[in-house]
Design a protein around this ligand. Structure first.
Ligand SMILES: Cc1cc2nc3c(=O)[nH]c(=O)nc-3n(C[C@H](O)[C@H](O)[C@H](O)COP(=O)(O)O)c2cc1C
Ligand code: SF4
Length: 456
């Protein structure tokens, strides 16, 4: 069976996708079944009404740019790409009076291990992103946009191109949208499949046809973005949240989440759960509820969770079962909500082995521009590797921590931090497993699993 067949098999069952119906108050995945992605279906779900409203085409006055931005600010929407930056505030940074070309960019690079929510939005509800981007463009006075789509999901890119054609033909994109004064040209850009191209300035370089390596900041994209012009860049899910906010009001969006954490959030739940997939739930939903929706832990008891994509520090089960899924609660517990990829580990998982896998990824994905990241990710990976294979030295524990600490905050982009944080999280909560590997040259978890087997 090839990868495509395997994927279609999951999609046919509704597993590992978004159209399984086990969401709570969904806004982005609402009513999707895998087939109703076209313009006609989207319009039947109330699609493009938010855009028409702000353009003054639904019988009331057109909204001003300030009104749209104020509504998004009020909603408490925070960027879904990882950092959780308030979206309305970011939009207000765009120099709207700048006379030259300004750009809007959608970050659909989605490379963070464990994250697979944006591709489902693009494949099963592409028009919601187009409408969200058109509203954002209107609010910031932007006439050209790009959606940069990860290079390894070509099918999704092709689907988005079809949706763009539909929107252009129906007058929702292009010159004088729906007969109004507002024009917006939107294009899809095919990415190159590197994790680093998801970092916003590397993405902009890649979009310009250059090697995808992050730029020094400042200047930030709001003043120096694509082709050196003012640019606003947001994640796919961030744009997808916007039509609902305009239709229902900022206050309603805020109310459906928690203060400072508005709206719903899509979590890609993977690992040791019975029903892996994308789950859209209100911000502030208890982790225990999310786990229940995903069919509960499989193959053992819950040991730990990586709550926000591979760069988020791991948290032990005892902490996870007590917290809610929102930016503030997860940060308070010592990790981050990140991209919303929830990786569940049961008690047969060895943390040294898990970190070995993660560290190899970051070493591979470092773009090599800065020494602490280029060399440090290699050191981390090789050290964890030798601990895992029984060649670790007692001094490796402090050395690991020291290398991780010295990468953090000393690099051009946050990939360095992303490589260091999982190491520090693992050492904080599961130090004894690393020590056991070093002292006994064997894995604590597999010997425990072995012992309990004997007891059975
Ligand atoms: C190494 C690295 C990879 C990233 N990958 C992605 C990604 O795949 N998708 C994404 O939206 N943001 C990614 N980001 C975050 C972006 O730089 C940026 O913060 C985000 O696109 C802003 O959108 P938002 O405000 O809507 O979250 C990444 C950041 C880093 C440092
Ligand atoms: S931190 Fe790493 S990935 Fe980011 S610019 Fe530096 S070397 Fe490249």
């Amino acid at each position: 069976m090839n990868v495509q067949q395997l994927l279609s098999q999951f999609q046919a069952k509704g597993l590992e996708t978004c159209f399984h119906g086990r969401h709570i108050n969904p806004q982005i995945y609402d009513g999707l079944n895998g087939r109703n992605w076209s313009l006609q279906d989207y319009v039947a779900r109330g699609g493009y009404q938010a855009l028409r409203t702000i353009l003054g085409l639904n019988g009331e006055a057109a909204w001003t740019q300030d009104q749209v931005i104020a509504c998004v600010k009020e909603s408490g929407l925070r960027g879904r790409g990882g950092a959780g930056f308030p979206t309305g505030l970011k939009w207000s940074f765009m120099p709207r009076l700048f006379n030259g070309q300004k750009y809007l960019v959608c970050n659909s690079d989605e490379g963070e291990p464990g994250t697979c929510k944006d591709r489902d939005i693009l494949e099963f509800n592409p028009h919601i992103v187009i409408e969200g981007m058109a509203i954002a463009a209107y609010a910031m006075g932007i006439s050209v946009g790009y959606n940069y789509i990860h290079g390894e999901i070509f099918q999704t890119y092709e689907r988005f191109e079809v949706a763009l054609d539909e929107a252009r033909a129906a007058g929702f994109l292009g010159d004088r949208i729906q007969g109004s004064e507002f024009s917006f040209q939107l294009h899809a850009a095919h990415g190159f499949g590197a994790y680093i191209c998801g970092e916003e300035t590397a993405l902009l370089e890649s979009l310009e046809g250059k090697k995808g390596q992050p730029r020094f900041k400042p200047p930030f994209p709001a003043s120096f973005g694509v082709y050196g012009k003012p640019t606003t860049i947001n994640n796919t899910e961030t744009f997808a949240a916007v039509p609902w906010i305009i239709r229902n009001g900022g206050a309603a969006y805020l109310a459906c989440g928690k203060p400072n954490n508005g709206g719903t959030k899509i979590f890609s739940v993977s690992g040791d759960v019975a029903l892996p997939g994308n789950y859209e739930v209100p911000m502030g939903t208890p982790f225990s509820k999310l786990l229940e929706l995903a069919g509960g832990v499989q193959g053992g008891a819950l040991k730990a969770v990586i709550p926000g994509g591979s760069s988020a520090p791991v948290l032990p089960a005892s902490i996870m079962m007590d917290i809610t899924m929102d930016y503030d609660a997860i940060a308070k517990a010592g990790s981050m909500l990140g991209s919303g990829a929830v990786i569940v580990l049961n008690d047969t998982r060895c943390m040294v082995k898990s970190l070995q896998r993660l560290s190899a990824f970051y070493m591979h994905e470092s773009c090599g521009q800065c020494t602490p990241c280029r060399e440090g990710t290699g050191w981390l990976s090789r050290m964890v590797d030798r601990i895992e294979t029984g060649h670790g030295k007692p001094s490796d524990m402090d050395l690991l921590d020291n290398v991780a600490e010295n990468i953090m905050g000393r690099t051009i982009c946050a990939l360095g931090d992303a490589a260091a944080m999982p190491v520090r999280g693992m050492l904080k909560h599961f130090r004894h497993e690393f020590e056991h590997h070093i002292t006994h040259k064997t894995c604590m978890v597999s010997s425990q699993a072995h012992a309990s087997h004997h007891h059975d």
